[in-house]
Design a protein around this ligand. Structure first.
Ligand code: ZN
Length: 296
């Protein structure tokens, strides 16, 4: 990994300039990871509207170290989630695991770096991510705290009073998916942490899709091609999503559904069979995959 006093930091980029300020903030945070304001100050340099920078890659092993060392669950969950968010924003080269090929190194604003600096940043990033991925159980403890645990998975039923989503749990799942390499699922969850009002486009005709839960029916999703916020109910063309059977879900969504139930993202757990379902596009009439419409 890149040492914090390495002059290369000044040749890295952030959302707002070079990497020196971030290296200074990292120096301070190593002793004070629980300082939420200071963390926020650093995150603003490293992650901007889903985009990350070479400084972000270099910072990852330090963020992993803080997450491992802190005894404060909120600090741990914050670091775990934000670092997963960073990974979901990385511009992957042909091989996702080859960090040195990431697009951040090749941007116009990024001066060309010596090969050994790239190699050391890439190695630090890779091991940092690995260390963070091992903290899932501890980070999930925060979401689990508020849930009545049951040994029988199936007994966690969605009741009307439970319908509101637990966005903290969804963010944890999003990060968990990112560490597991399920980048499409991670991006979708980071975009829609409330578990409703998804948006995408028809894979067949490219019409905008608004995928909303059916009123009062947890887990049932409806596709609109007009924004339900601006177009009156009686004038909206719509199609109810045909959910996929739980056993026929694509593997990554089966795993996600299980973990969502376990850590209490109930609305998401109920919606996953529909997220992987089929719907007739109200615009072109083609029967298409909802998942493709949302992540494509
Ligand atoms: Zn269509």
């Amino acid at each position: 990994m890149l040492e914090l006093n390495d002059p290369v930091w000044s040749r890295l980029t952030t959302a707002y300039g070079d990497g020196e300020e971030a290296a200074r903030l990292l120096c301070r945070l190593v002793q004070a990871a629980e300082d939420a304001e200071l963390r926020q100050e650093l995150f603003e340099l490293l992650l901007h509207q889903g985009t990350i920078y070479t400084t972000t890659l270099a910072a990852m092993p330090y963020l992993a170290e803080m997450a491992e060392r802190t005894e404060d669950t909120e600090t741990l969950a914050d670091l775990y989630i934000v670092c997963g968010w960073m990974e979901s924003g990385r511009e992957q080269g042909a091989d996702r695991l080859n960090i040195a090929s990431s697009g951040e190194f090749r941007r116009e604003r990024q001066p060309k770096l010596p090969d050994e600096a790239i190699a050391s940043i890439a190695e630090g990033y890779r091991t940092g991510l690995e260390r963070l991925s091992r903290l899932h159980e501890r980070a999930a403890g925060l979401a689990l705290k508020g849930i009545e645990q049951s040994s029988d998975e199936a007994s966690i039923v969605i009741r009307e009073s439970d319908e509101n989503e637990n966005p903290e749990a969804v963010y944890l799942l999003a990060a968990w998916a990112a560490y597991a390499g399920e980048i499409e699922a991670a991006r979708l969850l980071f975009r829609f942490p409330e578990g409703d009002e998804y948006s995408g486009a028809c894979p067949s005709c490219q019409a905008d899709w608004y995928v909303w839960p059916k009123e009062d029916e947890a887990g049932i999703l409806v596709v609109y091609t007009d924004d339900p916020v601006t177009v009156q109910k009686e004038n909206r063309a719509s199609a109810t999503v045909q959910a996929t059977a739980a056993t026929a879900l694509r593997t990554e969504l089966q795993t996600l559904a299980r973990e969502a139930r376990r850590i209490g993202a109930r609305r998401l757990a109920a919606a996953i069979p529909s997220l992987d379902g089929q719907a007739i596009c109200p615009e072109c009439g083609a029967e298409v995959s909802v998942w493709e419409a949302l992540v494509g």
